[in-house]
Write a protein that binds this ligand. Sequence first.
Ligand code: SF4
Length: 450
Amino acid sequence: MSGVPWFIKSKYDYYECVSAMQKCIRRGDEDNALFWATELFIHDAAAHAWSRLVVIASEDVGEADALMHLKITMLRHSWCETPKDQQINGKGRLFFIQAVLMLVHSPKSRKVDHAGIVYCEGERPDREIPDFAKDCHTRKGKELGRGYKHFFDVGARLENEAGQDIYRDSAKKIRMRSTDGLTPGPGPKPNTNLIYVPGGITEFAQLACNRDLGCVNGCKYCYGPASMHIKREDWTTPRVKENFLENLRLTLEKRERDDAPKHQVLMEYSGDCYGDPKDTMTGEAIKLMHEFGYGVCILTKCPTNALKDIHLFDSRIDCLGCTITTFDPAEIKEWEPKAPRPQDRLAALKEFHDAGIYTWVSMEPIISPATSLDVVKLTHQHVDHYKTGLMNVRGVPLPDGYSNHDWKAYAADFIAMCESYGRSWFAKHTLESYLPVGAVNEKFRPMYHG
Ligand code: SF4
């Protein structure tokens, strides 16, 4: 307030006067709203009254007239532009009175205020970022190889679309020009980073390439949904990254230009590149890797599906790994109900082993010590190397009594058994603290016959 203090000029309490103005506007009481508003206006509180009218436009009108806030703001702007000596007693008051009348007679809604209370002050349990939000404008979307096709088909989807958009298809074509490789255009850069150095996890291979988002096997202990921020129910409908093979070639060409080191490439950390029996893309990817001098380290729960590509594997640079955690029917039913039978996995592993390909088994996660050790017993004739590790996936309850197992005894038995069969072994970080003193846990071991 400026000039003479409010409490000298008006006989009313300032806050009660403001409150009366707003309550009368809410109730559509024109006479009283105008009285209390002008009580503020003529007693040196015009600027404060205007501020409150702008608030009322959102708090009490809100969605009922989405433009009301703008209208009141414009009237206030006109009032501010009025010469000072005409703001109260001259034409300036027209703007003020009009604003009060518009608010009095406007339809009302307090939804904005109530929604603010609910969303800003209420409980806020964590939510997952929706998959459709991960488009080419986000880091995750880029990692998933999503380009403008995904953006136009998924990211730009509208509900309640008004009118017919006759430009959509042309705009999509223009934005996709650079990704179809036919013409130059302003589209997104192709993903030339499909092969990467795995941060901290190099026990499989020195390089990695993830092709899929999701996995048909739907194992209950899978860490994929958590690490990729995807709901478990959506995880079991896998999708291959957009333009995977094109981008893999571009990635390999870029690495060639950059003189990047050539190593074996793991496919893949999450997902199963042989999950689909009809898929031919993994075979094409293997050929591409070989063309550029890279080996592959395949990790799958569906090695039977890989048999059609067995002729593509090169024993000097490639290997085939298979996850087998247990042969126990009850554990399989509980943890891997949708994955192929471990017996079938072993049969396929045998074929790869007989063909001279380096084979290995990931026993991670251990479901129970005894059944895990059985895996070594039952498979060692067809397997060159074993990796094992405890179950520790966020959000996945551990099997009963899991923490009470004697993991030191398990680790000692695992090592002794592998070594008695002449097989190499590796214990993941989850098991490392239980290893016998002096045990040499090699962080990286080439998995090919060289
Ligand atoms: S096979 Fe691997 S990626 Fe697929 S669901 Fe099972 S744990 Fe997850």
